[in-house]
Design a protein around this ligand. Structure first.
Ligand code: UFG
Length: 336
């Protein structure tokens, strides 16, 4: 099977490419390195002993994308490429709407022109918005996003659904990720944020390694067991395996299928700090500051549908996630 992966050198993309290679899939990666490094490809080779076909291409470049589809038979596309920083999306909404929407539309046009109608899309738990109470399940209507990044996910889900209604040949799988953390156990690939990390785990690991003085905990007055925000942290390797499982479901079922990829278990910010300190025997100094605008109190998945229909279940616990995040950071203090 030949699978084209957009954004295949990013954090989730690279871990997914490894799972695909380990399952003997043929992989074509398209990435423009806007938020990743060429070194990722060497690391993937070291881990798997296998090569991917790689194109340094912007998915908005229709001609180049068309050529890739001419060069290779493609059975299915896994589409990760997109900007993902929530705060930056508030400051630069046009950048986000332009890249995430027009890049995806171009990709879909090229797929359609080449009769490739199987796609797995990286969506996000952010589409549930604030209207619902966790656990979130896929039958809930999607809510209002709190930032432009979140709206790009909502709109892209809608575009893919509309495409499927217009042409019943399409198989669309929407994977709604909760909070991926951790890294490949080799410590050779992991999350490599540019600049100041937005997300909790990379911030914690940078404090642990001495790059940042202390963590700011955004609010301790939420209605949770210790007042800090609760999230469903999932090991990125579990998340990657969810994609491998989604492939056969996608190929067997036309129409739209939606799956949460989460553990179903919520942990607070303080829970995560303590777990990290205990697992790795390091101290994480922190101070409580105001809430971060746009954050919700509690988000965790009902993962039952993916458990049943994909035969997938997250395997790794918070302890393993903390060990692997720290292992990656220690081995790569400056990232790739
Ligand atoms: N947090 C801190 N300090 C920090 C960073 C985060 O206290 O320096 C807290 C947040 O307030 C939140 C929790 O840690 O309670 C997790 O925050 P993250 O930024 O790691 O993750 P979010 O849940 O805010 O966002 C993530 C992804 C988004 C996605 C969203 C979907 O980053 O892309 O999940 O739920 F949209």
């Amino acid at each position: 099977m030949s699978i084209l992966v957009t954004g295949g050198t990013g954090y989730i993309g690279s871990h997914t490419v490894i799972e695909l290679l380990n399952n003997d899939q043929e992989v074509i990666v398209v990435d423009n390195f806007s938020n990743s490094k060429p070194e990722v490809l060497n690391r993937i080779h070291t881990i798997t002993g296998k090569n991917v076909t790689f194109y340094q291409t912007n998915i908005e470049d229709k001609q180049a994308m068309a050529q890739i589809f001419k060069n290779h038979p493609v059975d299915l596309v896994i589409h990760f490429a997109g900007y993902k920083a929530v705060g930056e999306s508030v400051e630069k909404p046009l950048k986000y709407y332009h890249n995430n929407l027009s890049g995806t539309i171009t990709l879909l046009e090229v797929m359609q022109e080449n009769q490739v109608k199987n796609i797995i899309f990286s969506s996000s738990a952010t589409v549930y918005g604030e209207a619902h109470k966790a656990p979130f399940d896929e039958s809930m209507p999607t809510g209002e996003a709190s930032n432009p990044y979140g709206y790009t996910k909502l709109v892209l889900e809608k575009i893919l659904q509309d495409l499927s209604y217009s042409d019943s040949e399409w198989s669309v799988t929407l994977l709604r990720y909760f909070n991926p953390i951790g890294a490949h156990h080799s410590g050779l690939i992991g999350e490599d944020p540019q600049g100041i990390p937005n997300n909790l785990m990379p911030y914690i690991t940078q404090v642990a390694i001495g790059k940042r003085r202390e963590l700011q905990v955004f609010g301790n007055d939420y209605p949770t067991h210790d007042g800090t925000g609760v999230r469903d942290y999932i090991h990125v390797v579990d998340l990657a395996q969810g994609h491998q499982k989604a492939i056969s479901h996608n190929l067997k079922n036309k129409g739209v299928a939606i799956f949460n990829l989460g553990t179903g278990q919520g942990y607070s910010v303080l829970d995560l700090i303590r777990a990290f300190e205990k697992a790795n025997q390091v101290q994480i100094p922190y101070q409580i500051v105001d809430r971060r605008p746009g954050d919700i109190a509690i988000a965790y998945a009902n993962p039952e549908r993916a458990n049943q229909e994909l035969n997938w279940r997250a395997q790794k616990n918070l302890y393993a996630m903390c060990l692997d995040s720290w292992n990656w950071q220690k081995k790569n203090p400056e990232g790739f």
